[in-house]
Design a protein around this ligand. Structure first.
Ligand SMILES: Cc1cc2nc3c(=O)[nH]c(=O)nc-3n(C[C@H](O)[C@H](O)[C@H](O)COP(=O)(O)O)c2cc1C
Ligand SMILES: C=C(O[C@@H]1CC(C(=O)O)=C[C@@H](OP(=O)(O)O)[C@H]1O)C(=O)O
Length: 390
């Protein structure tokens, strides 16, 4: 499975072409829209989210609610384009002489892609960089992830993301009885946090950052239950599924770190307190006493829940500007900005779910069959049965 996205933040639409989804998967626009709406919620976002109402238009690859095995084309309209038609160029091939249209963005924001992107592509107008480097693109990544999640759910695999930390405020009570309970609780939290009291403090931290013209980041976690054992491989570096998951997390805008299982904590413990002891029972087959490995050994799934965390840095666009240099005048400046998110960690936890789901669905289809859902279901059923008594 693979996909490509196209689209600028303030252009007419975002597009994804999704390839390799097996035939026979039930898929409705509603399945995608549900995920798009989850990404739009979350405390700390700016005015843009009040303008957009993300909805998917699926124009190919699906008939009567079932995937065909052919490429799926999917688009999401940018409602904000209506306010940007002149600046973006209603007809991209028509050079417009309007002064407003010609006003260039020449002031790079520290922490964003503006300066490096301008130098790399030779753009004197950094709008040409920011339009595509914007996390608006995560909309269609969540759409592709929604397709992957649907595929996984048909195979009994559940993916849930939540927020562990925002601006230094940590969730203390992160216990849950089942992944479904985790989903239920976090869905009703404005910061997608299991710990209600910590969630309140996180919102306060976001309010404070906003009042100070600042921004804050945090930590998100994705948990996956139901993966078969042995997905991924140790035989080549580019088949290691834990590495692909880490890369997927790092590919999310503003993410600067990823860890699996106990992650960096493993550096501080002896092996006897890290490695998960192996058990076997007739009913459950092989299981582990603990899950410090977060569901992976040797680049392959262990069958235990996958536990992945990602670190998001604070949003770069600040109302309280940092020092920067105008690329035209080479003079320092203090920019005033129009709008920005103060914190997008809750939204990013939904993006993290999507990118993890995508990698898992891609690995499943490459191992258990690419053509149709029935074949994959049958192959996994046989694999699970063999694994239990292995
Ligand atoms: C959901 C989401 C929303 C974001 N919103 C903003 C924003 O409003 N303003 C901003 O400057 N950056 C925002 N970012 C972060 C930038 O897109 C990101 O920092 C930028 O693309 C540079 O890439 P890097 O931080 O990975 O180096 C957002 C990121 C995510 C995941
Ligand atoms: C539009 C989205 O996020 C945007 C990501 C973003 C950035 O620089 O990454 C900047 C902001 O865009 P704008 O400058 O238009 O307000 C965010 O709103 C979205 O998540 O759908």
């Amino acid at each position: 499975m693979r996909y490509l996205t196209a689209g600028e933040s303030h252009g007419p639409q975002l597009t994804a072409i999704i390839e390799g989804v097996p035939a026979g998967l039930e898929l409705l626009a509603e399945d995608v829209n549900k995920e798009l709406s989850r990404r739009q919620k979350g405390y700390g976002r700016g005015r843009r989210m009040q303008i957009e109402k993300d909805e998917a238009i699926i124009s190919s690859g699906v008939r009567h609610g079932l995937t065909l095995g052919s490429p799926i084309a999917l688009a999401v309209e940018n409602k904000d384009f209506a306010h940007w038609t002149k600046i973006m160029g209603a007809d991209p091939l028509d050079p417009d002489e309007d002064a407003e249209v010609k006003r260039k963005v020449t002031k790079p924001r520290p922490g964003h892609a503006d300066l490096n992107g301008a130098i790399k592509y030779g753009h004197r107008d950094m709008r040409n960089v920011l339009e595509r480097s914007s996390a608006r693109e995560t909309t269609v990544r969540v759409a592709a992830g929604a397709v992957a999640k649907k595929l996984l759910s048909e195979l009994g695999i559940t993916v849930a993301g939540h927020v562990l930390e925002i601006g230094g405020v940590k969730a203390e009570n992160t216990a849950f009885h089942s992944i479904h309970q985790l989903k239920e609780i976090t869905e009703s939290s404005p910061v997608r946090c299991l710990d209600e009291a910590a969630g309140e403090r996180m919102m306060k931290a976001i309010d404070d950052a906003k009042a100070n013209g600042d921004s804050i980041g945090g930590v998100v976690e994705v948990i996956v239950e139901g993966m078969p054992v042995g997905v991924g491989s140790y035989v080549h570096y580019d088949l290691k599924l834990d590495a692909k998951i880490a890369a997927a997390i790092m590919s999310i805008n503003a993410f600067k770190g990823a860890e699996i299982g106990i992650g960096f904590e493993a550096a501080r413990r002896p092996g006897s307190q890290v490695h998960d002891e192996i058990l076997w029972s007739e009913e459950d087959g092989y299981t582990r006493k603990t899950n410090n490995a977060g569901g992976f050994e040797g680049g392959m799934t262990t069958g235990m829940p996958i536990v992945v965390r990602g670190v998001m840095k604070p949003i770069p666009t600040l109302y309280k500007p940092l020092q920067s240099v105008d690329i035209e005048t080479k003079e320092p400046f203090a920019a005033s900005i129009e709008r920005s998110d103060s914190c997008a960690v809750p939204a990013a936890s939904v993006v993290a779910e999507a990118v993890v789901a995508w990698e898992l669905a891609a690995a499943i289809t490459s191992q258990f069959g690419r053509d149709n859902m029935e074949e994959i279901q049958e192959n996994i059923r046989r694999h699970n049965e063999k694994t239990r008594t292995f």
